[in-house]
Ligand binder design. Structure first.
Ligand code: ATP
Length: 360
């Protein structure tokens, strides 16, 4: 196999104000982002938000209506798919059913004029990397879903593209396999230092595999950040709600000092980073584990009542009635559950997990 140094360098991908229109539908609306070389970045969002169109514009399978697309230093905006040095793994795998595994993987180099012997050697190397050695003579129909998916990945890797794209690669796999394959993809990406753009609508999958996540909503970017940033510091209600669970709580900013706001909810006062919110009404997004419950009465806490306790295995989830109109969803580690009907003091962790949403 080739020494790492002779491999092609992973390249960056950059969108500058890219728009895609189909007739009068704007599928992608003036989107800008950068994927750094060697990073796995996920395009995440609900159905119809524009993530597949964005991926297909990286590949050159769709042309941008406006804006600029760069791969590494090259402006590829007007280049065809064949000239972009990008490979894509499709949701359906798109394997040729009448060809064996090795023929499928060697197909790309063969079409590019690589002699058959060399193309097969390149294909074998990738099949080995991906753990399919020994299965090269089989037909795709003689493989499991997970194995077919690996063949699709080997076929995308064989030309050592500067950028590798995945379009919902796990949707045809069952839940258990999905977890394993996503870990395999992440490991491969890290070991080979690949630049990857990955489309999914599954927020848990995105959190698990990504260096960065681009959350899309209605053809635009709602927020970009690391999984931790998006979970702990959602910038808007859409992201707070789409990634994980959030309790959305109405409050008031009573005062601001430097980076810290004094936020009142009910009779309680919290010190939180204000993140650009001004004085006045504001919304907080509190993660289920950032709300604390205490069976002892605490001064300065909200008085609430546990309505429901659900045992979830590693955690217990509570529905807690509060005096400020919310039914809070709270999750705590596995301890002796607090019984429904029990009065509790509700307080909040202020270090992480409670975000002030500016402008909400
Ligand atoms: P999904 O998860 O359902 O695939 P998505 O986020 O990938 O959704 P896109 O497929 O990018 O969304 O579509 C974005 C918008 O553009 C949608 O409103 C869609 O109907 C529209 N669209 C996509 N492709 C075309 C096309 N070829 N012609 C017309 N409209 C299109």
């Amino acid at each position: 196999s080739q020494p790492a140094a002779s491999r092609k360098q992973a390249a960056s991908v950059e969108f500058r104000n890219v728009t895609k229109r189909y007739g009068n539908v704007t599928a992608v609306d003036s989107v800008s982002f950068t994927i750094a070389p060697g990073q796995l970045v996920t395009l995440l969002g609900p159905s119809g938000c524009g993530k597949t169109t964005t991926l297909r514009m990286i590949a050159g399978l769709e042309m941008a209506s406006e804006g600029q697309i760069l791969i590494g230093e090259r402006d590829v905006t007007n280049l065809s798919a064949a000239d972009r040095d990008v490979s894509m793994v499709f949701q359906s795998y798109a394997l040729f059913p009448h060809m064996s595994v090795i023929e499928n993987v060697a197909y790309g180099p063969t079409v590019q004029g690589v002699p058959k012997k060399d193309a097969y050697a390149m294909a074998m190397e990738k099949l080995e990397i991906i753990g399919l050695k020994g299965l090269e003579k089989r037909a795709p129909s003689e493989l499991s879903g997970g194995q077919q998916q690996r063949v699709a990945v080997a076929r995308a890797l064989v030309l050592e593209p500067q950028v590798l794209l995945f379009d919902e690669p796990l949707s045809n796999l069952d839940a258990k396999l999905r977890r394993r394959v996503r870990e395999d993809i992440r490991e491969l990406q890290q070991n080979l230092n690949l630049t990857v753009a990955y489309v999914t609508h599954d927020q848990e999958e995105a959190l698990a595999v990504s260096d960065h996540i681009i959350v899309m909503s209605n053809a635009r970017i709602a927020q970009t950040g690391s999984p931790r940033e998006l979970y702990e510091e959602p910038a808007n209600l859409f992201v707070a709600d789409f990634i994980g669970d959030a309790n959305i709580i109405a409050g008031d900013i009573a005062g601001i000092e430097g980076q810290t706001a004094q936020v009142r909810i009910g009779g309680m006062s919290l010190q939180l980073p204000h993140r650009g919110a001004g004085q006045g009404p504001v919304k907080l997004a509190a993660r289920p584990d950032a709300i604390l419950l205490d069976e002892a009465v605490q001064t300065g806490a909200l008085a609430g009542t546990v309505r429901k306790a659900s045992y979830l295995g590693t955690q217990v989830e509570y529905d807690v009635e509060s005096p400020i109109g919310n039914l809070f969803v709270v999750q705590h580690g596995r301890k002796e559950p607090i019984a429904p009907g029990t009065p509790v003091s509700i307080s909040f962790t202020t270090q992480r997990g409670v975000a002030v949403i500016p402008g909400a």
